[in-house]
Each structure stands twice: as C-alpha cells, then as structure tokens.
Design a protein around this ligand. Structure first.
Ligand code: FES
Length: 89
C-alpha cells in the first residue's frame, strides 16, 4: 500500500500498512507531520483525505469525517491514498 502525503506544501510518497496508522507510516518514513498526543486528543495530526478510502477508530471521528481525519487514529483501506496535513510544522 502507498500514500501520497503533503506536509507544508511538499508531497512525499511513502509505504503504508493496513495495521499501521497513517501517522505511524509517516513517522516510519521519517517525514514529520504536525502531531502531539498520538491518542486522538489534540487534533494536531488532522489531514484532509484527497483520494482513497480510510478507516478511523470509533469515537475519534472529526466533525468533517471522513473528509478530514485524525491520522493517529486512521488506517488506510484502499491500495493508495492521498492526504494533506492541515497544520504546518
Ligand atoms: S496526535 Fe493528537 S490527535 Fe493525533
């Protein structure tokens, strides 16, 4: 599985895994989006889903879910996804 990830207007391509959150995949690839708690509380890791399907842990949906998600609580479902982080780092 693959993801195109935009952070600070720069696009990265990374590997993803169905049992790894989108944020964990970014950190494993050593790209650093905005994040803090890793527990679905701070909302710093919110990203817009531009393409593809994802699954968010129940109870951690955002107001505009599924278009905007907390990436520390969201997993890729489709083979490719494209996301854009909303906060700059
Ligand atoms: S890192 Fe805090 S909500 Fe995702």
């Amino acid at each position: 599985m693959r993801a195109k990830v935009t952070i600070n207007s720069v696009e990265h391509e990374i590997d993803t895994h169905e049992r790894e959150t989108l944020l964990e995949s970014c950190l494993r690839a050593q790209i650093k989006p905005s994040y803090s708690c890793l527990e679905g509380m701070c909302s710093f890791c919110e990203a817009e889903i531009e393409e593809g399907d994802v699954k968010t842990n129940p109870g951690y949906e955002t107001k505009s879910h599924p278009r905007t998600v907390k990436t520390c609580q969201t997993f890729p479902v489709s083979k490719t996804v494209k996301i854009k982080y909303l906060k700059s780092t």
